[in-house]
Design a protein around this ligand. Structure first.
Ligand code: UD1
Length: 424
């Protein structure tokens, strides 16, 4: 177990570069098993979740390695030509929910798949009924037994699928299953997140015929075979948002590089409401200049292009020190205020009731020992530590390692006092 020790009170300033998007790379890695040819993913972040997905692919028979060419970003190379297995390793499924992304691609390539039921999750029950209903609509026979899900179909057949909710994962899973199906699949009420557009571009690079990602109707013309591809992954908009809030909470000024500004528009708009100046500087650079104390704003999470649920905990940390009272409404996940209890240990004034949190800003947070329960609440606690008086010890940083590449190194380079220590 490792912890962060943070000495608060230092204003951040300088330049920080965002990594590639974790949530784009994970479905792409799963999608590589749709082909027997080599796929190269440039700009993939070196993260724990990426390592776990690579290990899952290796156990299925693929070869996965990092390629480093001087002067170029590291690339993840997957050669799935010798895929032999259709059963996803149980212990790794339990470690990472995103392993269910393999259902669609394995069904397409191998005609069958077995995955363990993903375990409970710190941010709520997170069912997978929409994934399974979508795959069943494409003709998969699905059985659930002894904690495993078995799905098989000699060949999937395209159809019309209407999602009850625009689930990101279900949209991606169904898209990947449909590319090798017979005929046309139409997904209605599809999720519109930028990672879905990136997945479409990746799969089309392999020879798939997908149109409409980024809108709520996605049309996939099935094809018999896919080839290899080389793809540059989009920047991580949640990492960008986290650094924007890091500047805002410390009253600092940061330039963030490797940004697609449109992807973070809802976060920038909220930060402007708090009194921050946020502007594009061209060439994928965004500058934020924060006031001494932010103004309180209300926040409601929604599917893209609404305010992202993955930025809600970080904004809650910011609201803890804002001038005024903020109402935060979480509409995407049922139980995503885990950070509130820990922030209260740091003298924050937060009341939660179901999906609503009321945060009364305080003049100062105080350092304390806090424990991380999931990735984004971990980021929120680190941000709170940056502004708290005295020392904050953030325990359980392995959750943060799942989604932030070189987090403490990047923060230190712009003036934060943060170090990683091994417990005991
Ligand atoms: C993805 C992101 C995650 C982000 C979330 C919402 C990845 C790897 N993860 O997660 O970081 O927080 O989108 O933007 O991309 N639901 C069902 N049944 C289903 C599927 C989902 O009821 O079959 C519900 C979930 O419980 C949740 C909501 O739909 O309440 C949204 O989930 P979804 O969009 O599927 O999120 P993920 O794909 O799991």
């Amino acid at each position: 177990m490792e912890s962060y020790i943070i000495t608060g009170g230092y204003r951040l300033s300088g330049v920080v570069r965002a990594s590639g998007a974790k949530n784009a790379v994970l479905p792409m890695l799963a999608g590589t098993v749709l082909t027997a040819r080599k796929c190269i993913i440039r700009g993939a972040p070196r993260l724990r979740d990426v390592t776990v997905m690579s290990d899952i692919l290796r156990l299925l028979g693929a070869e996965v390695h990092w390629a480093t060419v001087p002067g170029q970003e590291p690339a993840l190379v997957v050669d799935p030509s010798r895929l032999v297995n259709y059963q996803v390793e149980e212990s790794l499924t339990r470690e990472m929910r995103s392993s269910i992304f393999l259902m669609g691609p394995l069904l397409g390539r191998m005609g069958r798949v077995r995955v363990a039921y993903p375990g409970g999750c710190a941010i709520g029950p997170r069912p997978i009924d929409l994934h399974l209903r979508g795959l069943a609509a494409l003709g998969a026979r699905i059985r659930e037994k002894f904690g495993f899900i078995y799905a098989e179909a000699p060949r999937l057949v395209g159809t019309e699928i209407h999602l009850d909710f625009p689930s990101v994962g279900a949209t991606e899973n169904i898209m990947m299953a449909a590319v090798l199906a017979e005929g046309t699949t139409v997904i209605r009420n599809a999720a519109k997140e930028p990672e879905i557009v990136d997945l479409q571009n990746f799969l089309n690079g392999m020879g798939a015929r997908i149109k409409g990602a980024g809108t709520d109707v996605i049309r996939i013309e099935g094809t018999d075979r896919l080839g290899g591809t080389e793809h540059q992954v989009i920047p991580d908009r949640i990492e960008v948002g986290t650094f924007l809030v890091a500047a805002a909470i410390t009253g600092g000024e940061l330039v963030i590089e490797n940004v697609i500004p449109e992807h973070v528009e809802s976060v920038c708009a909220k930060l402007r409401e708090t009194g921050c100046q946020v502007g594009e500087e061209g060439c994928g650079r965004l500058r934020i200049r924060a006031p001494r104390r932010p103004k309180a704003v209300d926040i409601k999470t929604l599917p893209y292009p609404g305010f992202p649920t993955d930025m809600q905990p970080q904004m809650m940390a910011l609201m803890c020190v804002a001038d005024g009272t903020s109402v935060i409404t979480e509409t995407v996940f049922e139980n995503r205020f885990k950070q509130a209890e820990e922030l209260r240990r740091m003298s924050a004034n937060i009341k939660t009731d179901g999906r609503t949190a009321v945060v009364k800003g305080v003049a100062a947070l105080s350092g304390a020992t806090v424990e991380v329960s999931d990735l984004r609440s971990g980021a929120a606690l680190v941000l709170a530590g940056l502004v708290a008086e005295g020392i904050t010890r953030v325990e359980g940083v392995h959750h943060v390692d799942r989604g932030y590449e070189c987090f403490e190194e990047k923060l230190r380079a712009v003036g934060a006092r943060i170090k990683r220590v091994s417990d005991g």
